[in-house]
Design a binder for this molecule. Structure first.
Ligand code: ATP
Ligand code: MG
Length: 594
């Protein structure tokens, strides 16, 4: 698409030597065992919370700030590794006193407050399974998840309980304990005052020996393509959290790290709770919802050094500042590394980052199922804008050939890889990395179908170029077949975003008797631009020039916004269903659904 590679090192301020200087050498010498040996302690085994907290609390790092919490109302609270370790010990003890045992499922339904971190890590210490729910879920998704996950305890607030749990509680007979962070309510069965429980429990706790394969976390997928699936993760995942944070996020113990994802999503737990603590960094947690001015001010005031966010947030930041570069208003000199995940990162956004933040944004790719970052642009490696980067050391990724029905081609038990660089196929990973999911809750057959011919199949289509960089084409379900071409919506959306009027675009295929499908785009405009027939024609012409007539959108509709999942992903299946008058499917994950 004519985007020049961004060569490293770029001379940004405060540049320091990155963790992964020599990619090829690191891949050769890497072993999961070596990382595991650093983390695993005799007598404790592999326990995520031990690695994240206790290890530091018993070292000279105990006084370092683990968590810096920014309340909605401007409150600021810091907890050191020692303090957070003691609080989570109390929580584990408290659970124990309630009769919760290793293997039991402990859910949280909380905003981004420190009690959430305490509950997740405390439950992990006990050997219970932690399942953080997104606080904006309505009663239905909450009921479904707690029921599917056999939740025995729920940590929540009085107001969230009243609004979201009370009406479905009678469907959850197994839910024995409700721990309220803000007082308790005798009328609620199993009600426990969390603060009193913590105060009455000892700050000492011996973590029982934890086997690497012991179930640790339950994470539900985003529901972008259908009903969310419950992915099961084990304690050994921490080995991948540590290695990927070091390599893909370039995290060092003296970093101030802000991950903007909510722990209700896998990113918000793997990298918003676990990984930065394992590294020993300071984790910034902001309770408030997105607000561009607040976010810029937070980056400046907290002297954030490493920032992990999502394309949708980047696009909102871009929209909010317009032509005004934030560097003129905010001092972002501390920021040295920016990464993003969750959706394709448009080259336009990377270009914006260079101008506005003075830094390129590093795209990386992974899924709820993979538990950690699998493919990434690294601090010391060149960026090819529009590419997801290269596989992490320890990760074997490839592109598999698919037949006309979209199934991976398997010969003599082995899946067939594509031949030439640039050939499209299914992005696949060689099983065996520590944070790989160990099953979909209650859906064994579906789990089995994720593997073929020796590979884990991601369900995403991609290509790999001659330098080993991977390029996202689209989700298997979103790819458009038109006049014999396979068109990835991302390519079309990115091209449209290069037009100054376009803030965001969602692209679908619309059935057509002649060509199979025509490409249709839904476009959100930047402030200052208004929909008009002239602009529509201009955008169609613009698309044609960039993409050629076969790939460019034939139809364009203007929208005020695009339907998104709660984790901020464009729901193309919904754009398509609405356009074609088809059933809308599972809408529980739609941003605006209650
Ligand atoms: P569901 O599986 O329920 O439909 P989901 O796939 O969106 O939802 P997640 O596990 O949260 O649930 O998201 C993983 C998916 O997000 C990937 O399979 C991919 O389609 C997309 N994704 C993640 N990172 C990137 C990226 N850097 N570029 C392009 N797509 C990405
Ligand atoms: Mg998925």
């Amino acid at each position: 698409m004519g985007w020049e590679p961004i060569r490293k090192p770029v001379s940004w301020p405060a540049h320091r030597e990155p963790n992964l200087l020599d990619y090829a050498r690191a891949r050769e010498s890497f072993s999961w065992r070596a990382v595991r040996d650093e983390l695993v302690v005799p007598g404790v085994g592999t326990n995520i919370a031990y690695c994240a907290l206790t290890r530091h609390a018993r070292s000279e790092h105990a006084g370092a700030v683990a968590l810096r919490w920014l309340g909605k109302d401007g409150t600021r609270r810091e907890l050191t590794y020692g303090e957070l370790d003691a609080m989570t010990n109390r929580f584990a003890r408290g659970l124990q006193r309630l009769g919760v045992r290793p293997g039991d499922r402990v859910f949280t339904l909380l905003g981004r407050v420190p009690e959430l971190h305490v509950a997740v890590l405390g439950a992990l210490k006990l050997g219970a399974v932690a399942c953080p729910l997104f606080s904006a879920f309505g009663p239905e998704p909450i009921r479904e998840r707690i029921r599917l996950g056999d939740g025995i305890a729920l940590v929540t607030s009085a107001s969230l309980y009243r609004r979201k749990v009370a009406s479905v509680r009678s469907d959850l007979p197994g839910l024995a304990h409700v721990l309220f962070v803000d007082g308790h309510d005798d009328a609620v069965p199993g009600s426990v005052d969390l603060q009193a429980l913590l105060a009455d429990s000892s700050p000492e706790f011996e973590i029982p020996t934890t086997a690497p394969e012991q179930l640790a976390l339950l994470h539900f997928t985003s529901g972008t393509t259908g009903t969310p699936k419950g992915a099961m993760h084990v304690h050994d995942a921490v080995v991948a959290h540590a290695a990927t944070a070091r390599y893909a996020l370039d995290l060092h113990p003296d970093d101030v790290f802000w991950c903007t994802a909510d722990p209700g999503w896998v990113t918000g737990t793997s990298y918003g709770i676990i990984a930065p603590l394992v590294i020993g960094a300071t984790l910034v947690v902001d309770e408030a919802e997105f607000d561009a001015a607040r976010w810029y001010a937070t980056l400046e005031r907290e002297r954030v050094t490493v920032w992990y966010t999502a394309p949708t947030a980047v696009r909102m930041m871009m929209r909010a500042v317009g032509d005004q570069p934030p560097r003129a208003t905010y001092d972002l000199a501390s920021l040295r590394f920016v990464a993003s995940v969750g959706e394709p990162l448009n080259p336009e956004a990377i270009e914006w980052g260079l101008g506005a933040l003075g830094l390129p944004i590093h795209d990386n790719w992974w899924q709820t199922e993979t538990g950690g970052i699998m493919i990434a642009n690294f601090a010391a490696s060149d960026i090819k804008p529009g590419s997801m980067g290269r596989p992490l050391p320890g990760i074997d990724a490839t592109i598999l050939r698919r037949d006309d029905h979209g199934h991976v081609v398997v010969r003599d038990g082995a899946a067939v890889e594509v031949g030439d660089p640039g050939e499209e196929g299914e992005l696949a990973l060689r099983p065996g990395w520590p944070s790989m999911f160990r099953g979909y809750l209650g859906e064994e057959e579906r789990y089995r179908r994720c593997f073929a011919g020796g590979w884990y199949l991601s369900g995403d289509l991609a290509t790999r170029d001659a330098d080993g960089y991977f390029w996202f084409v689209g989700r298997g379900d979103d790819v458009i077949k038109s006049a014999g071409h396979l068109i990835g919506p991302f390519e079309v959306e990115s091209a449209l975003m290069e037009h100054p009027a376009v803030a965001e675009a969602g692209v679908i295929g619309k059935p057509d008797p002649v060509v199979g499908n025509v490409v249709k785009a839904f476009v959100v405009l930047h402030p200052g631009y208004a929909p008009s027939d002239e602009l529509r024609l201009e955008l169609i012409g613009f698309g044609r020039k960039r993409l050629g007539a076969a790939v460019a959108p034939k139809e364009i509709d203007f929208r005020d916004d695009l339907p998104k999942t709660r984790s901020g992903k464009i729901m193309r299946r919904l754009l398509r269903a609405r356009e074609l008058g088809l059933p809308e499917g599972d809408l529980s994950m739609l941003e605006t659904a209650e």
